[in-house]
Design a protein around this ligand. Structure first.
Ligand code: SF4
Length: 216
């Protein structure tokens, strides 16, 4: 069965679409239809809000709920907003996770995105994510526009990289934790990317390159 949600470690990942504005050559979608030899992530139909909430079940079991997918989640902006809103309001105090030090904890809601949503929607969507998304991980993916386009093959061509940088800057105004990430590819200058993230005032993460299996 196609997976709307799939667990990795203490997090639950949510798969709301297979559509994307990029065509990254490293994207695992082009290598396997079955993520981690386990989760069938090609959707026959994109899920509704109710289907996503049903697939999540009890959110308090997880450290993070992550909009990720086999595609770009912000192409389904309304679903991301509606699901996040329902989760934020849904967790009753009796379901609040308590860790071993007896410290109450809600799962954080994280969004992994390619940072092109403002181009896609033709407006700044970040204010709409305020108070809904706790952590946003934005794929920086390269130290310059030319390399970015070589790797990510955005439908927006040379406009894409500048839009991603703007998206990272703008995200800081609305989302408590912002991470710029790159995949550990040999052609990417990770130190230059780290400096860009520092200049933008956000955290930096190098994501492992994986063929068919991903272990967080
Ligand atoms: S942005 Fe993500 S989903 Fe889209 S092609 Fe690149 S790696 Fe795949």
């Amino acid at each position: 069965m196609n997976a709307i949600s799939y667990p990795i470690g203490d997090s639950l990942y949510i798969n709301v679409t297979n559509r994307c504005t990029n065509h990254c050559y490293f994207c695992i979608r082009y290598k396997t239809k079955q993520f981690n030899q386990e989760h069938e992530l090609w959707l026959e139909k994109e899920p509704t809000v109710e289907e996503v909430l049903e697939a999540i079940g009890d959110p308090s079991k997880y450290e993070q709920i992550v909009f990720c997918g086999y595609g770009e989640p912000l192409i389904r902006l309304d679903i991301v907003k509606a699901v996040a809103k329902r989760m934020k309001s849904k967790i009753p105090s009796s379901k609040i996770k308590t860790n071993s030090k007896s410290q109450a904890q809600n799962p954080k809601i994280r969004l992994d995105t390619n940072g092109q949503a403002n181009l896609f929607w033709g407006r700044n969507v970040l204010p709409e994510l305020k108070d809904l998304i706790d952590i946003i991980s934005i794929s920086l993916d390269a130290e310059n526009a030319e390399l970015y386009q070589k790797i990510c093959q955005s439908k927006y061509n040379e406009e894409a990289y500048a839009a991603v940088l703007d998206f990272i800057k703008e995200a800081k105004k609305y989302i408590p934790e912002v991470i710029a990430s790159v995949v550990d590819l040999p052609e990417v200058d990770k130190e230059a990317c780290r400096r860009i993230a520092e200049e933008l005032g956000v955290k930096f993460r190098v994501r492992p390159y994986y063929e068919e299996t991903y272990v967080k």
